[in-house]
Design a protein around this ligand. Structure first.
Ligand code: PLP
Length: 386
């Protein structure tokens, strides 16, 4: 089999044609600064306003509640540092958060609560942590729980979590919805939360653009100071072309989400069933013995292969034309198993053999065919069975 397949959409998904068009149109219109007073600046401001309305509509909120940022990491940092800066107290988050949340929480001396073996927040542990903070005499400033996990694809029950937190504290609730936009209706899933982070390149917009969507009554100190753009909440000239492309991607996503989810869910089932039918020792993370995947976003197939390491696997997959990623960080050179898998209780031996295959709007049957040919061959070769 020849050709290539890109199954790394959770890392960055290709731009939607509508987003490319919007970006090109903004570039063609000139590069006016939206805060200026002349006609071209006013036109840039109109593009910004329209984009803000599109993003706000996706959350069922007002345009004034949308703060444009330079991506998901910045939106997450603004949520944690911004709320703690405004209210004092301590932050708390789940143990499976992206580092864009986890590191700010740890930096501020915050607390972390665990998840169960499926990767779903452990409500008893959340209660324990809230009590632990209360016992120090501090207040809980903000609780952050992601909507969908970037490795396992597991969706968190935000309504249940909000109910527990609201019952015992007045903490602000933040959710990192970065991995959820392609797959979930944001209006229903985030309704119970106060702050939501999104990132354009995870749903067909460009890299380096995102937003923090907030309720109007939430106090937030800015983390970037300067000209006072975004109602003093995030200074810096807005990336008009990128923001307009993000809005176009959001509109396209909202329009075809339902059909995309069912098409991709079927492809993912074919992929996992196909691998399982020819390979032993394949563990799907976040799924119990029932095999139910209804608590996962449709695009993620996260697997751990017994008896191999993902670095070697990825090398062979790339040679076979398949682009995917391991759910582990190699920043230090030495392969460290993912903190998400560790939090779910996956053993180190199994976690070092993890593979994240993430599907998206451009994924086709041919991509799955290629994966079903290349992955078993690579796994057999590494296990020495071929
Ligand atoms: N949060 C989650 C869940 C993510 O998956 C990512 C990116 O991988 C981020 C935050 C960071 O977003 P960005 O790449 O836009 O900074």
């Amino acid at each position: 089999m020849t050709g290539t397949a890109y199954l790394d959409h959770a890392a960055s998904t290709p731009m939607r044609p509508e987003a490319v068009e919007a970006m090109e149109a903004a570039f063609r219109a000139g590069a006016a600064n939206p805060t200026g007073a002349h006609k071209l600046a006013r036109e840039a401001r109109k593009v910004l306003d329209r984009s803000r309305t599109t993003i706000a509509d996706a959350f069922g909120t007002d345009p004034g509640n949308v703060v444009f940022t330079g991506g998901g990491t910045e939106a997450d940092n603004l949520a944690i540092f911004g709320v703690v800066g405004a209210r004092g107290g301590l932050p708390a988050c789940s143990s499976i958060e992206h580092h864009a949340v986890l590191h700010p929480v740890q930096h501020l001396g915050g607390h972390v609560f665990g998840v169960d073996a499926r990767g779903v927040v452990d409500i008893a542990d959340l209660n324990r942590v809230l009590g632990e903070i209360e016992a120090t005499g501090e207040k809980v400033a903000v609780v952050s729980v992601m909507l969908a996990n970037n490795e396992s694809g597991v969706i968190q029950p935000l309504d249940d979590i909000a109910a527990v937190v609201r019952e015992r504290s007045d903490a602000v609730l933040h959710t990192d919805a970065v991995q959820a936009v392609t797959w979930l209706d944001l209006k229903t899933h985030t309704a119970a939360f106060d702050l939501m982070s999104i990132s354009a390149h995870k749903f067909g917009g460009p890299q380096g653009v995102g937003a923090l969507v907030m309720r109007s009554d939430i106090d937030l100190v800015p983390v970037i100071l300067g000209g006072g753009q975004e109602r003093e909440r995030r200074s810096g000239t807005q990336n008009v072309a990128g923001i307009s492309a993000m809005a176009a991607a959001m509109a396209a996503t909202e329009a075809d989400r339902a059909s995309l989810v069912s098409r991709i869910d079927a492809l993912r089932t074919r992929l996992i069933d196909g691998l399982r039918s020819v390979l032993d020792g394949v563990h799907e993370s976040g799924v119990d013995a029932s095999g139910d995947r209804s608590h996962k976003v449709a695009g993620t197939a996260h697997l751990c292969f017994e008896g191999l390491d993902s670095e070697s696997l990825l090398f062979l997959l790339e040679r076979g034309g398949l682009y995917a990623s391991a759910a582990s960080s190699c920043a230090s050179g030495a392969q460290e198993p993912s903190h998400v898998l560790a939090a779910m209780g996956v053993s180190r031996d199994l976690a070092v053999g993890s593979l994240r295959l993430s599907l998206g709007a451009t994924t086709t049957d041919a991509d799955i065919d290629l994966a079903l040919s290349v992955i078993p061959a690579a796994v057999d070769q590494l296990r020495g069975t071929r």
